[in-house]
Design a protein around this ligand. Structure first.
Ligand code: 4AD
Length: 432
């Protein structure tokens, strides 16, 4: 229906006929002079109607139209130094395609700041704000950059089931669903299936996928449904090979976000692309924390406060926002994690500005060791029959990671996790 987006209208088009479609952002009636601000995906453009020079039907429509109505405007481009971006449209016709009701549930002009719940309850309208839409344009960009990196490195995109029969990340945090006459669960991650693909000989696979986690957490950085880039790689020497791929992936993602100049200007944010990523062992991390007055007992997970502390220390010491924490105690990692020795594992977490954005490592590829570890983790090998079978007939050494997109986005833009998901699912929110 349109010839251009608003941001494509420049003074150089002076005198040209154009057709623009979008929403009425603002209406200003100065008597003989009436202004509309039209908003579309590209931005804003001023529509200026003067009594006497403009058709009466156009003036009547402006009197009738309400804010946020969808319109189709045909007109002539006029150079005007007083108009925003030195250009405006002199309207020839205005069609109201869909008239908006009023009052509006939310002020799109953002003159009144709404609280996050009101915004999320009216998300379709919240997303009309350019600064909110900008978040999701960046999100789309980083996913494309991630996909491009993986494809360039020979990864094959796969899709694994989201309705599953047994837990993949330990026994808890599952959403049970009824599957005909049986109980099933929503997938916590593609972990078991992506590992099985290694036995199938796919060598390098990835999936951009939803994780469903029935965690009770009610925090700034947990949701019950998230999206992650999940990857698995065969014929690795050890977990360092996996970290190499993850490093390439996250750096290309951060670089692509830093290149979103238009969106970052709208958001008034800047993104620094870190250099290489520092590796710190779990034991060293605990020591650094202790030196700075925070004691984490050996064998415990580093909690939110500890991660934040560590992020600050790494920034001060190494001038980097990113660091790997490696060689975690075996006892706090899932059953499929490759042991380094009896105490430690070949696993890692990737931290970005003091928040875990990814975890991964080398996996066990030996059938007997895997069965042993499942039992040691108080799980029943019988529940993992379909998975274990893939280890009995030739399984290469392999490893992988899961990179949480919401965590990456919230750290990139310094926002809370609810802000970077279109329709978040948390402890209290199931709609919209
Ligand atoms: O650390 P997690 O649970 O690891 C796995 O799922 C493994 N299967 C990954 C692997 O390949 N070994 O989740 C991976 C990432 C986390 O680092 C985090 O970024 C994100 O997924 N994530 C969440 N983000 C927000 N809210 C939640 N409840 C999350 N759960 C996981």
């Amino acid at each position: 229906m349109r010839t251009q987006y608003s941001n494509e209208i420049t003074p150089s088009l002076d005198g040209k006929s154009v057709s623009l479609c979008g929403w009425i952002h603002e209406i200003r009636d100065m008597g003989k002079l009436k202004f509309l601000i039209l908003r579309d995906r590209g931005g804003f453009i001023q529509i200026t109607a003067k009594a006497g020079t403009c058709d009466q039907s156009v003036l009547n429509t402006i009197n009738e139209v309400s804010r946020e109505s969808v319109v189709d405007i045909k007109g002539i481009v006029r150079k005007n130094e007083k108009a925003p971006n030195n250009v405006e449209i002199s309207p020839v016709s205005i069609d109201i395609i869909s008239k908006s009701g009023s009052p509006l549930p939310l002020d799109v002009t953002a003159k009144v700041d709404a609280d996050i719940d009101t915004r999320l309850n009216n998300r379709f309208m919240d997303l009309r704000k350019p600064e909110i839409a900008a978040i999701f344009k960046i999100r789309s960009k980083i996913l494309s950059a991630g996909r491009e990196f993986l494809l360039k490195n020979g990864f094959i995109e796969i899709h694994t089931p989201k309705i599953i029969a047994s837990a993949s990340e330990g026994g808890t945090e599952l959403f049970p669903i009824s599957y005909f006459d049986r109980e099933a669960y929503l997938a916590q991650s593609p972990q078991l299936y992506k590992q099985m693909m290694m036995s199938s000989g796919f060598d390098r696979v990835y999936e951009i996928t939803n994780y469903f986690r029935a965690e009770e957490h009610d925090t700034r950085r947990h949701l019950n449904e998230v999206v992650a880039i999940d990857a698995e790689i065969s014929f690795i020497k050890d977990e360092n090979d996996v970290m190499g791929f993850l490093e390439g992936l996250i750096l290309s993602i951060i670089k692509s976000a830093a290149e979103c100049k238009t969106e970052l200007d709208i958001l008034k944010k800047e993104i620094n692309v870190p250099g290489d990523i520092k590796k710190i062992t779990y034991d060293k991390a605990l020591k650094l924390l202790e030196e700075n007055g925070k004691v984490v007992p050996w064998g415990a997970d580093i909690d939110t406060e500890g991660e934040k502390f560590l992020g600050d220390i790494v920034m001060k010491r190494y001038n980097s926002g990113l660091c790997f924490i490696t060689r975690y105690p075996l006892r706090i990692k899932p059953f499929y994690t490759m042991p380094h020795d009896s105490e430690y594992s070949r696993s890692f977490d990737l931290e970005y500005k003091g928040v875990e954005i990814s975890s991964g490592g080398q996996r066990i590829h030996d059938y007997n060791l895997l069965v042993e570890r499942i039992k040691e983790c108080n799980l029943n090998p019988e529940n993992f029959g379909f998975y274990l079978n893939a280890f009995r007939y030739g399984m290469p050494p392999h490893g992988g990671f899961g990179l949480g997109i919401e965590r990456v986005m919230m750290q990139l833009l310094d926002l809370s996790i609810r802000e970077v998901v279109l329709f978040p699912r948390d402890r209290h929110r199931l709609t919209p």
